[in-house]
Design a protein around this ligand. Structure first.
Ligand SMILES: *Cc1c(COP(=O)(O)O)cnc(C)c1O
Length: 351
């Protein structure tokens, strides 16, 4: 790990401690309040719960140390994505999105933002490199794509977007700011579903937007206040708590994924294995639906669930949601189980 990464992780771990006074609780209090004591002029930061909450601020400060950028927290990844889209697009403008990216982003654009005059066009992640970006006001990037795990070069694409005057936004959910740093690679904004690896325990939804552009930051904050999209204090507490062990969990998840690769690649039941060389998600293709479902159900270590990034290894057949993948394609999210026991359990699932 680079010394920069170590500095950011230290800052994230200690962000809350820097505010403490003697006798304060070390764990961030879950401040559940709609109102603040506010006689006279409203000349204090804490005026109303839709604008600001101390538990949310604690979580944002830790995320911000990791992103090395100001952060706005949201109640889910989609709430963060909505904020990013609404603040960067106007009627008559065009956005490029990946056709193999998270499908709810495209559905939001096609079913809601289209009615407000925003035009979305979708192309495959692998074609971003050669695409003409000049028609677009916003270029949306998701790499590795979800669930297909194709890659594109963030630095090259954000540079071309900037040259044509487009805003670039990266959905960095699958790798987190520990494994991929889109803002350092030239992106104007990052969005993340912290429901996944960042909170990491499958017990809360959360999302965030990060940007080093002051104007965009103010617009996203303003959107949150006007739309009422502030996360609850319990969600912020759980996300902050999960974030404290993100680095440890990711290290185990990634090394487990790498230990599983040769086993999966050598197995005759597995037709293809996709792994982008980084991260904890593996794409597996089985002969058909039956073989894929049998693997998920027979493996004693696999939680059959949608979503990914939790401490438990989980898997699902993505075609059940209509994703453009083969019927037997399984997205495996590798968890934090002890390595040898996990490898054995996966072998049982394959037998
Ligand atoms: C899950 C996910 C989202 C949406 O996040 P929620 O927290 O479920 O709203 C957005 N983008 C990607 C890549 C995701 O995997």
């Amino acid at each position: 790990m680079t010394s920069d990464a170590q500095t950011r992780i230290m800052a994230m771990l200690h962000a809350h401690m820097t505010d403490l006074e003697k006798g304060d609780p070390v764990a961030p209090p879950i401040v559940s309040t709609a109102k603040y004591w506010l006689p006279g002029e409203p000349d204090v930061p804490y005026t109303y719960g839709r604008d600001i909450n101390p538990t949310v601020e604690t979580c944002e400060a830790a995320l911000s140390a990791l992103e090395d950028a100001p952060v706005v927290g949201f109640p889910s990844g989609m709430a963060a994505i909505t904020a990013a889209l609404v603040t960067t697009l106007k009627a008559g403008e065009r956005i490029l999105v990946p056709s193999d990216g998270y499908y709810v982003t495209r559905a939001l654009l096609n079913e809601v933002l289209a009615t407000l005059g925003v035009q979305a066009e979708a192309i495959a992640t692998r074609n971003y490199q050669s695409a003409d970006l000049t028609p677009y006001d916003v270029v949306w990037i998701e790499t590795p794509s979800n669930p297909g795990l194709d890659l594109c070069d963030i630095a090259a694409i954000t540079a071309r977007a900037r040259a044509t005057g487009a805003i670039s936004i990266v959905d960095n959910t699958t790798l987190t700011p520990l494994l991929q740093r889109p803002l350092d690679l030239g992106a104007d904004m990052v969005v993340s579903s912290d429901t996944k690896a960042i909170a990491g325990h499958s017990d809360t939804l959360f999302g965030h937007v990060a940007t080093r552009d002051d104007l965009l930051f103010e617009q996203v904050k303003r959107w949150r206040k006007l739309s009422g999209s502030i996360p609850g204090p319990l969600a912020a507490f759980l996300t902050h708590r999960g974030l404290m062990t993100l680095e440890l969990r990711l290290a185990r998840m990634v090394s487990n994924a790498q230990a599983l690769l040769p086993v999966l690649e050598a197995h005759p039941k597995v037709k293809t294995v996709r792994y982008p060389g980084i991260g904890f998600i593996i794409g597996l293709t089985f002969e058909d639906t039956t073989t894929a479902d049998a693997f998920i159900e027979d493996c004693p270590a696999i939680l059959p669930a949608t979503s990914f990034g939790g401490i438990h290894t989980s898997a699902e057949r993505r075609a059940r949601w209509g994703d453009d993948v083969p019927e037997g394609f399984v997205r495996l999210s590798v968890g934090c189980e002890p390595e040898a026991a996990l490898v054995e359990a996966i072998k049982v699932g394959l037998s």
